[in-house]
Design a binder for this molecule. Sequence first.
Ligand code: AMP
Ligand code: MG
Length: 322
Amino acid sequence: MTCSIGTDVQHAAAILRDGGLVAFATETVYGLGADALNPQSVARVFEAKQRPKFDPLIVHVAELAQLDSLVKQVPPMAEQLAAAFWPGPLTMVLEKESIVPDLVTAGLTTVAVRIPAHPLALDLLRKANIPVAAPSANPFGRISPTTAAHVAEQLGDEIDYILDGGPSQVGVESTVLQLTADAPLLLRPGGLALEDIEAVIGPVSIPNPDARPELTAQHSPGRLPKHYAPRTPLVIQNIDSMDVKAGTRIGLLAFSTPSDVSDFTAVEVLSADGNLNEAATHFFAALRRLDAAGVDQIIAEPFPDEGLGRALNDRLKRAAQK
Ligand code: AMP
Ligand code: MG
């Protein structure tokens, strides 16, 4: 690991303005940031992560006013959502202005934007005074980072500075919502619950990936089946219905405190009393520890399909893909 870790926002902002790469804390996961309006800097993000160019990036800003130069218009629904949830774990996909490089949006006519809620991220965005394109700060397809140390382990050689804001409080990526048509479309469940969004703007459509995979891919090109993956094979299973083969070393990713853990070599409990928000906060770090525990297989309990449980089930499903 060669890059330095610290809390020097001024330094981090100067690096971004000079075209460099800064990983920074947000409330969702750590982001790998570059000047969104500088295609050469953005290209370095794709290289560092080995991310395919068809997977567009989210642009981060500090103020609502910065949106005007990036998007053609802010529809009334987007205004309502911004008032209710920004800064916060909601990304909105809107029609882009030509100033946004094609590399950022993977050639789409839309751009994804959000205002993150972490005070250090906001300070960085204000001091840099540029929109910052930032995917999660991990190699493509792997487990997302929720601490500065996670970033350093995986990408330390590729980036110029890591802005350390402590462990991410939300713990899963932002909810991505497309707002370019009459009906809002949920492209990715994430750190803001669908129920909270619907309470403000009414019903949101959810594309069914099983029925029309090509439609989902067209709307959100980065939603690949395999993602967030540990190196250890992961299986989703209710532990009550489990049948463990003798001699197999199994790691358990448990939602709440299990009644019997005698079958497992390693156990991670995400929330002792089954709180979905707390489980999300600990999710990726726990998955990393199990991946490092030297087990043959990770068994993960499914989450209730409500609140942040939708985002957690989505991440589990992709982590379990072969
Ligand atoms: P990440 O930066 O890894 O959190 O992923 C961002 C995801 O947001 C991408 O993989 C896409 O699925 C989605 N996204 C970003 N920009 C757009 C866009 N312009 N249109 C649709 N989806 C987008
Ligand atoms: Mg990611």
